[in-house]
Ligand binder design. Structure first.
Ligand code: B16
Ligand code: MG
Length: 218
């Protein structure tokens, strides 16, 4: 049996930081004079900060200079950092520790593969950093999901071949990235939205350790 590696996305898989991203983008939109809704925030999930900024300006029909673009994106991040300042273990999504503990106990390598440049401090705040053998995030990549770069780099760091990596993802772009890396893709969230995933679960409460054993066995 080949060794299997496990790669977790962050936002929407380990913690729900989407609500804080939403509040920070909404604040910026309002300051720029337009509304930003939770429905529109769906488009931002799994997407890089820069791409989110571009989409936001499209929504508001605003043309920005490069300086304005960078300033506003920086302001959004300052507000986001304030929102996540007090995050703690209570914000870990249900049964995430159950899976991480099982993998760690059985010596399976674990990586983070996130678009966020704030991934490491978030893992630290919620007390999960020690589970991860490798952290690949928005600071390491040049190409955002659906490009497979972040997951391929994670596989490389774990020293596991891509086809023996399992990816947990909540975003359509992330599932596409995992599939194009030829990894086993597991959608966490709405099955109809994540229909391209090889396996689907609403959340980790639906996923048993036996399922993980089955994947490892195949
Ligand atoms: P930051 P993930 C993504 O996290 C979020 O889903 C997305 O909404 C956000 O724009 C992106 O991280 C970048 O985050 O501004 O903190 O660098 O789902 O890839 O873990
Ligand atoms: Mg995500």
């Amino acid at each position: 049996m080949n060794k299997v590696g496990f790669i977790f996305d962050l936002d929407g898989v380990i913690v729900d930081t989407a609500k804080y991203h939403f509040l920070a983008w909404k604040k910026l939109a309002n300051e720029l004079g337009f509304e930003f809704t939770e429905e529109q925030n769906e488009m931002f999930k799994g997407v890089s900060r820069k791409r989110c900024m571009e989409i936001l300006l499209d929504i508001g029909n605003i043309k920005a200079t490069q300086d304005q673009f960078d300033t506003w994106m920086g302001e959004k991040n300052v507000d986001y950092l304030a929102y996540i300042e007090n995050m703690n273990a209570s914000e870990i999504l249900p049964d995430v520790p159950k899976i991480l503990k099982f993998l760690k106990k059985n010596n399976y390598p674990i990586a983070l593969g996130s678009a966020s440049k704030n991934a490491r401090p978030i893992l630290e705040k919620v007390g999960l950093l020690h589970y991860f053998d490798a952290i690949l995030d928005g600071n390491n990549v040049t190409k955002a999901k659906p490009d497979p770069e972040v997951f391929l780099l994670a596989a490389k760091e774990l020293e596991i071949s891509p086809e023996n990596c399992v990816v947990f993802e909540d975003a359509v772009a992330g599932i596409a990235a995992a599939n194009s890396a030829k990894m086993i893709s597991i959608g966490i969230g709405d099955k109809t939205i994540l229909s391209k995933a090889q396996y689907n679960f609403k959340d980790f409460t639906e996923m048993s350790v036996d399922f993980i054993k089955e994947i490892i066995g195949n």
